[in-house]
Design a binder for this molecule. Structure first.
Ligand code: GRF
Length: 244
């Protein structure tokens, strides 16, 4: 595992940080959207209005007690994944935890658990993390792991959802953000947005519109979680309560 950061940032202690760890395997457009929309921004000003400008959290009186987003770590399982470059250029520390470096997936996930624990994450976001997490990882962070999926679950789970929806002839597909559980794309649903399939769509054209929706919906869900507006389901239920 290697940690790198090209930027040092020493915030003061007048704010509460909502710490986010992102796990991603590929391009990282959703990671980039999260950084651009949330990093070092205040959840809300003292009147409760969202604050869009980046903040430096150093003893500025209006920021006392404010909640500020801090994406503290990007973890990838793919050495050389383009998402790494996106993190480096935006000053987000990175860790590469390749599965090939460990004898078993369980062994890998032990190190993954340690890295996430060290970061003291309030939320773990799977944004294009193309591996199935072990039960140990899921159980280590109950109610704290969310996943982004490019279809309206439970339709079209798995890694080829956009092509599958097109092939199936669906007229509407979309985006889901859900809690991660031990299955593949099976956890309780937090938010969904539809995307219409147009006549003549290709995988690329449909993916472009799905990604645009993902980039907004994921940040929106993270803001709501940080604001305490998302209630994870009680045992025995799948229903997630989301307040406006
Ligand atoms: C997204 O479509 C996400 O829903 C899926 O993987 C893709 C990642 O895209 N799980 P990117 O790497 O964020 O561009």
């Amino acid at each position: 595992m290697s940690f790198t950061s090209n930027e040092e940032w020493s915030p003061g202690d007048s704010c509460t940080f909502f710490k986010i760890v992102v796990l991603a395997s590929g391009t990282g457009s959703n990671f980039q959207a999260l950084v651009e929309q949330l990093q070092r921004r205040i959840l809300a000003d003292p009147e409760g209005n969202p604050v869009l400008a980046p903040v430096c959290c150093t003893g500025n009186p209006p920021l006392m007690g404010a909640v500020v987003f801090d994406i503290t770590l990007l973890i990838t399982d793919v050495p050389g994944a383009p998402v790494l470059e996106k993190a480096w250029t935006r000053g987000v520390p990175t860790a590469v935890l390749s599965y090939e470096a460990y004898a078993t997936a369980e062994e890998h996930d032990k190190h993954l658990i340690d890295a996430v624990r060290e970061s003291e994450a309030d939320l773990i976001v799977l944004a294009g993390y193309m591996r199935v997490l072990s039960p140990a990882f899921v159980q280590a962070f109950p109610g704290k792991i969310i996943n982004l999926h490019p279809a309206l679950l439970p339709a079209f789970p798995g890694t080829t959802s956009i092509a599958d929806a097109l092939e199936y002839g669906a007229k509407v597909t979309g985006v889901t953000v859900h809690y991660a559980d031990e299955g593949v794309d099976t956890g309780p649903i937090i938010a969904q947005e539809p995307v219409r399939v147009e006549e003549g769509d290709t995988v690329e054209s449909l993916a472009g519109r799905i990604h645009a929706v993902e980039h907004e919906l994921l940040s929106d869900v993270v803001r709501k979680i940080a604001a305490g507006k998302v209630m994870a389901p009680q045992s025995g239920s799948r229903k997630v309560r989301v307040d406006k």
